[in-house]
Design a protein around this ligand. Structure first.
Ligand code: DUC
Ligand code: ZN
Ligand code: ZN
Length: 457
């Protein structure tokens, strides 16, 4: 057989092991992995001295999202271009249901944009904000048939009309269990946040620091525990997004130990920064929800990463321009919530591996393999025969300092400015096609395909 692509002499990294081998691709799929492959190929890449990794799956992004009185700065085009350049070959977006909107309408609205703009593959978790008198519960089966097998519920953003109450949450969870679907939860307590926000503003405490103070550790932990409580007693799977606090993390780990199907996601920003960033002059740029927490929480997250108790790392990518962040100069509650991350996710976790903090296999597991398993992406997440040829070639010796001009985001700043990374991706392949080559995006808008997912069994 003449292959389309042959990657020779690299070290293949999976979630389980690393080994030297050649890897061959035909029609977008991995078709051979062996000690030595010498058959003909359209294109041969010498990966000697390099790691060959599965493309990452950023399972948590908000591109072109209407939020905080504006729209997040990255379009599906710029956001997925950044993804490709950071070794991410699939993104999961979070379209949010408007009042009265059906799930299929929501999905179709986004579909047109994604088909035209996406440079990497994509899937969606649908954010349900209301049940439309129960219609949504019926419609969920149609969504699952279409390959959309996860739904998000916000326990926050009450005033913004995005929050669901406990009864709605429980009905969603019960329905998800019937359908083999997953409920993803943003866990923070809205009443506490609103009460504390009003109190600080009334006291003239208006800086970004009070964003953190209005929603500190225990505000997140209460909601984590409430969601875990329902999941345990209803025997439904639960995926907690952007876990940032130690107490909630410990509750989720305990639930896992008790046999509950609780999955935990955290984000690079919680692993890198603490709430101290909100004291900086540009603290507004770091405002996201949940906010970065104290050192104890960060330490606990790293311990859980090392012990394999956190399942995934994803970004919650949702940047806003400086002028938009500045709306909250004199009132932290007016700062649009969200930070960038999609281009830095994989390099950041691989840097941690390169510096010996975690094994490379763990970085692959957290950013690719576990995501594919948890969310039913049968063709993704691993370098093995039959999977999509989503491949990253990584140079352990290439140093990279993050600056906004090197990233591909539409946003005018990055929270990762100045971060020094030891090791960096040199090439990214999407289903066998080169999309990133040594600093340059070489893919095209519209290359990305919808990832149809399998329900959980
Ligand atoms: N949190 C953010 O910081 N941004 C987008 C949505 C969210 O929940
Ligand atoms: Zn969220
Ligand atoms: Zn989010």
């Amino acid at each position: 057989m003449k292959y389309d692509l042959l990657i020779k002499n690299g070290t293949i990294v999976t979630a389980a092991e690393s080994y030297k081998a050649d890897l061959a691709v035909k029609d977008g799929k991995i078709v051979a992995i062996s000690n030595e492959i010498n058959d003909e190929a359209e294109k041969i890449v010498d990966a000697k001295g390099k790691l060959v990794l599965p493309g990452a799956i950023d399972v948590h992004t908000h591109m072109s999202m209407p939020f905080g009185g504006t729209v997040s700065s990255d379009s599906y085009y710029s956001g997925t271009m950044g993804a490709a350049c950071g070794g991410v070959t699939t993104i999961f977006d979070y379209p949010v249901q408007r009042k009265g909107q059906s799930i299929m309408e929501l999905i179709n609205e986004k579909k047109a944009m994604l088909e035209e703009e996406a440079c990497v593959d994509y899937a969606s978790h649908c954010c349900i904000t209301n049940l439309n008198n129960g219609e949504i519960l019926d419609e969920m089966s149609k969504a699952v048939e279409e390959g959309i097998t996860s739904f998000k519920a916000f326990l926050v953003y009450k005033k913004e009309g995005m929050m669901v109450d406990d009864a709605t949450l429980v009905r969603l969870m019960e329905r998800a269990r019937e359908l083999g679907a997953m409920i993803n939860i943003h866990a923070e307590n809205p009443d506490l946040i609103d009460m504390r926000t009003e109190r600080y503003l009334a006291q003239g405490k208006t800086s970004a620091w009070y964003h953190y103070m209005s929603r500190p550790e225990f505000v997140e932990a209460e909601a984590d525990k409430r969601a875990i409580h329902w999941a345990k007693h209803l025997n439904t799977p639960l995926y907690i997004v952007h876990m940032a606090d130690k107490e909630g993390l410990e509750a989720a780990i305990q639930a896992k130990r008790d046999g509950a199907d609780v999955f935990i996601e955290t984000c690079p920003q919680y692993l890198e920064y603490t709430c101290e960033v909100y004291k900086r002059d540009n603290g507004r740029n770091f405002v996201c929800s949940p906010p970065m927490k104290g050192q104890e929480s960060q330490d606990a997250l790293w311990v859980a990463i090392k012990n394999g108790l956190i399942d995934t790392v994803a970004t919650d990518h949702c940047p806003f321009q400086t002028y938009e962040k500045d709306w909250g100069k004199d009132d932290f509650s007016k700062i649009p919530n969200g930070c960038d991350g999609v281009e830095v996710l994989y390099p950041y976790m691989l840097d941690a591996a390169n510096r010996g903090k975690i094994p490379f296999e763990r970085a692959v597991e957290l950013c690719a393999t576990n995501v594919a398993k948890i969310f039913g992406c049968d063709d993704k997440g691993s370098l093995s025969i039959g999977k999509d040829a989503d491949i990253v070639i990584y140079d352990k010796n290439k140093d990279f300092t993050v600056t906004i001009d090197k990233l591909h985001t539409n946003c005018d700043h990055t929270i990762w400015e100045g971060k020094q990374l030891h090791g960096y991706p040199v090439q990214t392949y999407l289903r066998g096609s080169l999309v990133y080559d040594n600093g340059d995006f070489v893919g095209k808008a519209g290359m990305g395909k919808f990832v149809k997912r399998s329900p959980r069994i």
